[in-house]
Design a protein. Structure first.
Length: 397
């Protein structure tokens, strides 16, 4: 796939040289060329994937201009070119958050590697689609939040072949790595510590990318490290991820604790899945959380309960639970303990290892519902069953 370049320069010879470098690459195509002097303006060509810019830190306001360019929604990637540079100037250029920085003679292998990194980092979303953030929150421990988050993220990737990030924000457990058999070199702590120099390439270096294509940002791997992560830091990271538009879907595993970090994740989300199981204690917790989040102005369009691990004939009937909660379930996922435990022990998503399994099909259907390819089940709750059990449930709340 061709990579389209717009070239912006101060020195005409440099502009010509950059054209030659791009044209010598099998992937590069020059779509526009413009001089930056005397005023710093960029035409709204709307065609380029990359702006290739001659960098000159002696030009007043140039650094600020580059920063403003990067604040544009869906801005092209930025490559900088310097004829020569001291270490200080080079570091200054890199701190601007550009994707690539070249100095002097650009070798063909180096440019090819840069284009390879570009293709890996900046995946184009379809027809101007924006990043959507979906968070999964458990009503209590043991309801399968992480298992569902892992499999739902993999389902999004398999169905649409669009970039997906699974972000572990469960500061108490951080089990995403375990369920995916990942030994992470980097975690959210590395993003926090290096946020001031964060750019798409650096982010890609930190994020763990599975062979399937699913990207994972693990949570803290030690309990004591969870105290380092603060809500304002999480808020900045989520804002950055959305602004870069590198992912079609970002799934947040929020665990089962309501705290400042969780609330930041909920606020940043386009949709919140409240995961429960159909038992009396879980449903009581679920109703309390629903009521609290509704008071915080999370409407029913944004907040959707999902029933997990349902066992027919043992658990509360979904129709009864719906009446108790006062809100329909987006999905009811039946329990299959054997395949779930096998998937967890293998460290691979069930939808990947057993895509035709009944639970896998249910999770894949939920993913299609969330991305708009399939409508939610519109059937209303049927006749109540076990009326005495329901009355007890209500009396216990």
């Amino acid at each position: 796939m061709a990579i389209r370049f717009s070239i912006y320069y101060f020195n005409e010879k440099i502009g010509g040289y950059l054209q030659k470098v791009i044209n010598a690459s099998p992937q590069g195509v020059v779509v526009s060329v413009a001089i930056l002097a005397p005023s710093l303006t960029v035409p709204e060509d709307g065609e380029a994937d990359v702006w290739f810019i001659e960098y000159d830190d002696r030009v007043e306001g140039f650094d600020l201009w580059i920063e403003k360019m990067q604040q544009r929604v869906n801005h092209p990637a930025i490559f900088l070119y310097l004829q020569e540079a001291s270490t200080e100037v080079l570091l200054k250029a890199l701190r601007l958050g550009v994707q690539e920085c070249f100095v002097g003679q650009i070798s063909e292998p180096d440019f090819h590697k840069a284009l390879h990194r570009f293709n890996k980092v900046r995946k184009t979303l379809h027809d101007g689609e924006k990043t959507q953030i979906i968070s999964l929150l458990g009503c209590k421990g043991g309801v399968g939040v992480t298992f569902l988050a892992v499999n739902l993220a993999q389902s999004f990737l398999q169905d649409r072949k669009e970039p997906v990030l699974l972000f572990d924000l469960d500061m108490q457990a951080a089990d995403v790595s375990a369920l995916l058999d990942i030994q992470p070199r980097y975690t959210i702590l590395d993003v926090i510590e290096n946020f001031d120099r964060l750019d798409p390439q650096y982010l890609k270096d930190i994020i763990h990318s599975r062979d399937s294509g699913l990207d994972v940002l693990p949570g803290p791997q030690r309990l004591e490290d969870s105290e380092i992560v603060q809500a304002p830091q999480v808020d900045k990271i989520l804002q950055y991820l959305r602004s870069q538009n590198l992912y079609r879907w970002i799934l947040l595993d929020l665990g089962d604790h309501l705290d400042e970090i969780t609330l930041k994740g909920l606020e940043a989300s386009d949709l919140v899945l409240l995961i429960t199981v159909l038992t009396i204690p879980a449903l009581r917790h679920t109703r309390k959380i629903l009521q609290m989040l509704h008071r915080l102005e999370f409407g029913e369009q944004k907040l959707k309960p999902v029933a997990n691990c349902f066992i027919n004939g043992i658990d509360i009937a979904p129709s009864e639970a719906t009446k108790f909660l006062g809100q329909d379930f987006l999905a009811v996922l039946r329990s299959d303990p054997k395949v779930v435990i096998q998937s967890i022990n293998e460290g691979r998503p069930l939808v990947e290892t057993q895509p035709s399994d009944r639970l896998s099909l249910k999770i894949s259907r939920l993913a299609r519902m969330l991305n708009g390819e399939e409508k939610a089940d519109s059937r209303k709750a049927g006749i109540w069953q076990g009326i005495k059990r329901l009355l007890w449930l209500r009396g216990s709340a």
